[in-house]
Design a protein around this ligand. Sequence first.
Ligand SMILES: Nc1ncnc2c1ncn2[C@@H]1O[C@H](COP(=O)(O)OP(=O)(O)OP(=O)(O)O)[C@@H](O)[C@H]1O
Ligand SMILES: [Mg+2]
Length: 374
Amino acid sequence: MDKLNVVVISDDIDTKIRIKNLIDGEKFAVSGFFEYNELTVLKILGRHPDVVILSYEGDGKSALQVAEQVYSELRGAALIMLAGSVDMEMLSNAMQRGVRQVLPLTVTSEELGEALVKACSLEKKRGFENEQPRIKSRVISFFSGKDGTGKTTLAVNTAVALALQGKKTLIIDADLQFGDVAVLLDLDPQDTIYELARDVEEMNIDVVKSVLTMHKSGLELLAAPKSPELAEYIHDKTLEVIINTVRPYYEFIVIDLAPGFGDISIAAIENSDIVNFVASVDILSLKNAKISLGILDALRQKEKVGLILNRAAQGIISKADFEKVLSLAPVVCLPEDKEVLSSINKGVPFVTGAPRSAAAKAITAYVNTLCEVQ
Ligand SMILES: Nc1ncnc2c1ncn2[C@@H]1O[C@H](COP(=O)(O)OP(=O)(O)OP(=O)(O)O)[C@@H](O)[C@H]1O
Ligand SMILES: [Mg+2]
């Protein structure tokens, strides 16, 4: 049986850790920990959870507001509230807003597990036959502290390979100043992410769809602005809203990032399920990777990181050195491959233009693993 998909909302880090420790990983998968702010409901809707655990904090206003909105907008998601202490007034306020059960924070793991399963089965009985089928979506960012490691090349080829497997896939070019995903796909987008920046409050899936460009593989592209100076109009919140707006509609959302820890990249990383850290196999890249992984750890994002080693060749620094220094085994290892450059020059991704190349085989194998766990 599939694990039940749970999201947890709290402003307090200790409470989040406590709830995380209470949740039995065998039965439940936590797809997100979020705070209470103006994007909370959007983020919850994007994850399509079976259960939402709301921590009742302060006067409880935030938790009750979120409960009310999720109950009316997301069919099939059960609401559970956890509180330091429970009284009658709070209980009745919570129930009126669709909360199935209010439990004390001192609850045991077994009690919480039982409550989650029960709440889910009751929620399913509300019966929503005409609901749209749910899509399990995964957001995959390609990131590196350093430039030129192969982020864009690998993001584009991964996205095309996913689309060719029949997966509904969107690629977002979030290298806002110098994005060249469109060039690699040989596309000339009419509209870009810049067209979305003006009206963040009014964002919805139809607005986003109206600015996408379709590639012949079936992959859809949200292109970077046409000119570097337009990048300043797109803020981290804009990207966050876009990601969470498109989430329910795509199986895979691939994001290509500019090098380094800018606000846009941090927003993308925080809203991703997988962060592919791309390192080229040389000494400067290794040093940079060590520092960058430390920062990702401090940002509490390291759990999501998958290491991709690119341009591995015979040399002083080897794959084994990376594994040892970073204490991380690569999920993909690509050789230096002349087909990569020739595919870029032709505007044809190597997974289609040179499917037998070593680079294409490595990406195809990686994409197969992604599709298996879908
Ligand atoms: N495995 C490979 N074999 C040969 N060349 C490669 C390989 N991977 C990437 N390259 C080449 O390296 C160059 C940089 O690649 P790419 O633009 O994808 O890097 P990037 O990390 O996105 O750079 P930036 O940080 O500037 O965005 C390109 O010319 C690409 O063709
Ligand atoms: Mg790039």
